[in-house]
Write a protein that binds this ligand. Structure first.
Ligand SMILES: NC(=O)c1ccc[n+]([C@@H]2O[C@H](COP(=O)([O-])OP(=O)(O)OC[C@H]3O[C@@H](n4cnc5c(N)ncnc54)[C@H](O)[C@@H]3O)[C@@H](O)[C@H]2O)c1
Length: 346
């Protein structure tokens, strides 16, 4: 496996986590050869840590994409920059791996899909929560039919972000539909992943409690009917004050023909069967968790392996759920998901 060179767009926050992951876990497979960030402080600090010269550091990602000839481009900046950065990278011949959400609008996300299709270059999106032991075990329970057929799944996310800036950055508290774009994009993708179906119809509500630290809706209820007959429902709450199910501790309950499975924090699987003892066990460990799985999968794709499961052509079917949830929140009408994607060849 040859070492892949990387142009990294973003240097701190989540991007700092990526760089740390690359240097800690992928030093034999990834070499960062260029870095773009609007903050010169970030560029200086990361440039020094990575041993990059001034000619490898950029404040403008367009200039970086036109200048650096890397084997791929990693993007972990705020959502409104994903699509322009990804398009600039692909237009300059670089495959892309990009943080969720795909983009800030459906049009911008579709432009990424079309650019990936036009250039024939891989474009993968991060969906780190899929790659956890308990989620993968739930998939095995479903696929092997251990509890018969799946009827419905209930998902719950609840974080105590009642204090301003408690969710990392001001922009998350100030943006429109922060719950949906920054939070639910993970959970609606997870419900799609766990159910094994794509969403046909989505409906729901959103609101902002008076004591919220958010400018816009912090909370919502959404329901989906999937195309394989499974139904899902979702409670999202970034103003949680009681039972918290925050990141990596979201609660999912899957109702099967012969029992119900509950997962939340840790790797504990809990299976309830009417009239039987509750069964509790640790999910078997998967080789790579979260981002590490996605980086490994993407590098394998670049080396001629299978495309990433969360490639942009597929993951837009999760991102569109955020758009549909936003629209049903505004007009109270059920949304047919095929209406949103009919102009794409996916
Ligand atoms: N997968 C996850 O679990 C997870 C968790 C947190 C954040 N994220 C995602 O990561 C992305 C970044 O979020 P964050 O909280 O790290 O953001 P952030 O505000 O900390 O920004 C990250 C970096 O991007 C730089 N930046 C901002 N605008 C830029 C631009 N136009 N060009 C170049 N650099 C720019 C910033 O200076 C910073 O160094 C978002 O898409 C977010 O949704 C994902």
């Amino acid at each position: 496996m040859a070492k892949q060179t990387c142009l990294m767009i973003g240097g701190s926050g989540m991007a700092g986590g990526w760089i740390n992951n690359f240097t800690t876990n992928f030093s034999d497979r990834i070499e960062i050869v260029g870095l773009a960030d609007v903050s010169t402080d970030v560029l200086t600090a990361q440039g020094e840590a990575l041993g990059l010269s001034n000619s490898q550091l950029f404040t403008d990602f367009n200039e970086a994409c036109a200048t650096v000839k890397a084997d791929f481009c990693g993007i972990a900046v705020p959502p409104q920059f994903h699509s322009p950065a990804a398009i600039a990278a692909m237009e300059n011949g670089m495959p892309v791996i990009c943080e969720k959400p795909i983009a800030d609008t459906l049009d911008a996300a579709k432009a990424m899909v079309r650019t990936s299709q036009k250039t024939g270059l891989p474009c993968a999106i991060i969906q780190n929560y899929r790659y956890a032991d308990n989620k993968q075990e739930l998939i095995r329970i479903r696929d092997e039919g251990r509890l018969g057929r799946l009827q419905h799944i209930v998902g719950r996310y609840a974080c105590d972000y009642r204090r301003y800036l408690s969710w990392g950055r001001a922009w998350r508290h100030d943006m429109d539909f922060g719950l949906l774009f920054e939070g639910s994009v993970h959970h609606l993708d997870m419900l799609r992943f766990l159910s094994g179906g794509d969403c046909e119809t989505l409906i729901g509500f959103g609101w902002n409690p008076e004591w919220s630290s958010f400018q816009h809706y912090s909370s919502g209820f959404y329901m989906m009917r999937m195309d394989n007959g499974v139904h899902t429902s979702y409670e999202g709450n970034s103003s949680s004050a009681g039972i918290v199910n925050c990141w990596n501790h979201e609660h999912y309950r899957a109702e099967f023909e012969e029992g119900a499975v509950e997962i939340a924090g840790g790797n504990q699987m809990t299976i309830h069967r009417v009239g039987g003892e509750t069964e509790v066990y640790e999910a078997p460990a998967i080789p790579y968790q979260a981002h590490q799985h996605l980086f490994d999968e993407f590098l394998n794709w670049l080396d001629g392996g299978e495309p990433s499961d969360t490639r942009v052509e597929d993951n837009i079917k999760s991102f569109v759920l955020v758009i549909a949830a936003m629209e049903t929140t505004l007009d109270g009408q059920p949304k047919q998901i095929t209406d949103y994607l009919s102009d794409l060849e996916i």
